[in-house]
Write a protein that binds this ligand. Structure first.
Ligand code: NAD
Ligand code: ZN
Ligand code: ZN
Length: 340
């Protein structure tokens, strides 16, 4: 099979021919149809995070395909059925986090396309217990980004606690953010958008954002405070530490920000006003991908037409060029690799 492989950190991916893997007990073999290109894949390749990914690496964790082989004991998937693989490859299932519905923070979790081979390949193995069920009628290319961008922003919005009728600011309207705007609208929230590109702000408006501010030319904190007194919640998907600093001022007193973006490396630290957090009783919550239940709910929104990724299809061989465009923030929506 063809796969895009990272042999050393911060080098281009190389298309190689690898043997088709075989599923073991509890695993499925998947014939990959589509895989979204998430900024986390670029962080993996660039070595922005600690610990570094397991090399050699096949990235990709917004995977949709069909079941091509069943390991022993797998009974809840059929051969040929559509299936999705998220970032959370597996979690231990027995720790305090797994037992309390917080499997996203399991210390023994494995990550698709980071610690395990992912979907930049014609075939991959997944843990059947952690795969998503994809409706037969779904457009596989459009639904692929839901496996990460979708579930992650859906959970992030929930973690702000913002209720229908309240304001949510989506900071960063990239692959994650343009989908976050749609979940927020579908969940009955009013949306303000912040990015540094007019094209992306226009996309946010098309998806129902009532206000959109360009952080390169305006102070979004001031603009949002002046127009609505600050939003009730905010999600930060921007790959910029400045956006995280601003998020605390963008919410009104009592507001909650959910941090999703992971700039990493030298960009991992910020400066905040302690007084702004204390006096405004602002909550800051981290939000890491989503549980299996979050994933199934996030897929349902998309299957019901409430959320639809704006996608651009590309062949696997284009991957290094796609990463170069992503670095310059030149992708509007999500690029999805059309693998089969
Ligand atoms: P992307 O490159 O598609 O989008 C990033 C967006 O941020 C771009 O639209 C860019 O214009 C915008 N931006 C840059 N600087 C900004 C600023 N100062 N203010 C506002 N917007 C700004 O990336 P993506 O695929 O959407 O991923 C975003 C981040 O989320 C990455 O760091 C990724 O690793 C992370 N991520 C985290 C999780 C999680 O579980 N927490 C899951 C998936 C992705
Ligand atoms: Zn991702
Ligand atoms: Zn666990």
């Amino acid at each position: 099979m063809q796969a895009a492989v990272l042999r050393a950190i911060a080098t281009p991916l190389v298309i190689e021919t690898l043997p088709v893997p075989q599923p073991r007990r509890g695993e499925v073999l998947i014939k990959v149809a589509a895989c979204g290109v998430c900024h986390s894949d670029l962080h993996a390749v660039d070595g922005d995070w600690t610990p570094l990914p397991t090399l050699p690496l096949v990235p990709g964790h917004e995977v949709v395909g069909h079941v091509a082989g069943l390991g022993e004991g797998v009974e809840h998937f059929r051969l040929g059925e559509p299936i999705g693989v998220p970032w959370m490859y597996s979690a231990c299932g027995t720790c305090e986090f797994c037992l309390s519905g917080m499997e996203t923070i399991c210390l023994k979790a494995e990550a698709t396309g980071y610690t395990k081979p992912g979907g930049y390949a014609e075939y991959m193995i997944a843990d059947a217990a952690f795969c998503g069920r994809i409706p037969e009628a779904a457009d596989l290319y459009e639904i692929a980004p839901i496996l990460c961008a979708g579930v992650t922003t859906y959970r992030g919005i929930k973690r702000t606690g913002a209720r229908p009728g309240q304001w949510l600011t989506v900071i960063g309207i990239g692959g994650l953010g343009h989908i976050a705007v749609q979940y927020a609208k579908a969940m009955g929230l009013r949306v303000a958008a912040v990015d540094v590109s007019e094209e992306k702000l226009e996309l946010a408006r098309q998806f129902g954002a009532e206000m959109a501010f360009n952080a390169a030319t305006t102070d979004p904190v001031r603009a949002i405070r002046e127009s609505i007194g600050g939003s009730h919640g905010a999600v930060v998907t921007a790959v910029s530490p400045r956006a995280f600093e601003q998020s605390v001022g963008i919410v009104r007193n009592g507001g909650t920000v959910a941090w999703i973006g992971l700039p990493g490396g030298k960009q991992d630290e910020i400066r905040l006003s302690i007084a702004a957090v204390v006096n405004g009783e602002v909550s800051i919550r981290g939000s890491s991908v989503g549980t299996r239940q979050d994933l199934q709910e996030a897929i349902d929104f998309a299957a019901n037409g409430l959320v639809r990724a704006r996608i651009e299809k590309a062949p696997l061989a284009d991957i290094n060029g796609i990463f170069a465009r992503m670095k310059k923030a030149e992708i509007n929506g999500r690029v999805v690799l059309a693998i089969a």
